[in-house]
Design a protein around this ligand. Structure first.
Ligand SMILES: [Mg+2]
Length: 264
């Protein structure tokens, strides 16, 4: 019995799980290839809303994973889909984020804009170019009652220079100015994981990630089994310190556990 025989899809986190910086986690490409060969659907599931699915796929291809485009699930895709269910087709949507997010909005039959004029919704993802003027436009729209969806609420962004402000830090700025709260797509909220599982046609998905507060908490929130790999942020001790219903289903040093023989 292996973990691969128990599940029909892997919902894989990226940073700290399949790669670190510019290099794959050792053994990760082989582990993913083995899962594919065993017939599992694969989804690379990222909270990052700055890059397009194609850019994510290109990066994964460079480091040895060779994903199909539909194997990539981003929080920008999930947030745009959420929004499309909440507002009428053709609605004007204020986009705080990159052109990749604008494109997701456009693909769902909504009309992206950069000002509050006519905006019935605000969609927020991280862009390194977002400034006060854009936040002010979003503030006007949200205060006027616009639906507000955030791609993720990660407070920090890990970089070579250390932790920098993440999407969640800018979401908090807007929360402070509006007394409103956004709907959230990315982990640990459930829409991104649910959409990834649905797109894979999965009945028994396994969420795989390196962070307890996003990947594992998201799996718990979505009622999915999870595997914590110790190749990134969280430790076994931190996992075991959590209440039982918040712990990962499985904990392992790395992805090689997927093909290893396990009990029962
Ligand atoms: Mg991670």
């Amino acid at each position: 019995m292996t973990l691969l025989s128990r599940y029909d899809a892997l919902l894989l986190d990226l940073d700290g799980t399949v790669y670190r910086g510019h290099a794959p986690v050792p053994g990760a490409p082989e582990a993913v290839a083995a899962a594919r060969a065993a017939g599992l659907a694969i989804r690379f599931v990222t909270n990052n809303a700055s890059r397009s699915p194609q850019e994510v796929a290109d990066h994964l291809t460079e480091i040895g994973f060779a994903p199909a485009l539909d194997e990539v699930s981003t929080s920008a895709q999930a947030a745009a889909s959420m929004l499309a269910d909440l507002v009428p087709a053709g609605s004007t949507v204020l986009v705080l984020g990159t052109e990749a997010l604008v494109e997701q909005v456009r693909q769902r039959g909504l009309v992206p804009t950069r000002t509050a004029d006519g905006a019935v919704a605000v969609i927020q993802g991280l862009s390194q170019d977002t400034g006060w003027r854009e936040l002010a436009e979003a503030c006007v729209a949200v205060r006027a009652g616009a639906v507000w969806v955030a791609c993720n609420v990660d407070l920090t962004l890990p970089t070579e220079r250390g932790l920098l402000p993440g999407s969640g830090s800018l979401v908090r700025a807007l929360m402070a100015a509006t007394d409103a709260e956004p709907l959230v797509a990315g982990k640990p909220a459930v829409p991104l994981l649910e959409q990834a599982a649905k797109s894979a046609g999965a009945q028994r998905p396994l969420v795989v990630g390196d962070r307890l507060d996003t990947d594992i908490a998201g799996a718990c929130n979505a009622g999915m089994d999870s595997l914590l790999v110790l190749t990134g942020v969280s430790t076994r001790e931190e996992a075991m310190a959590l209440p039982e219903d918040q712990r990962p289903t499985h904990i392992a040093d790395d992805l090689s556990v997927l093909s290893a023989t396990v009990e029962g």
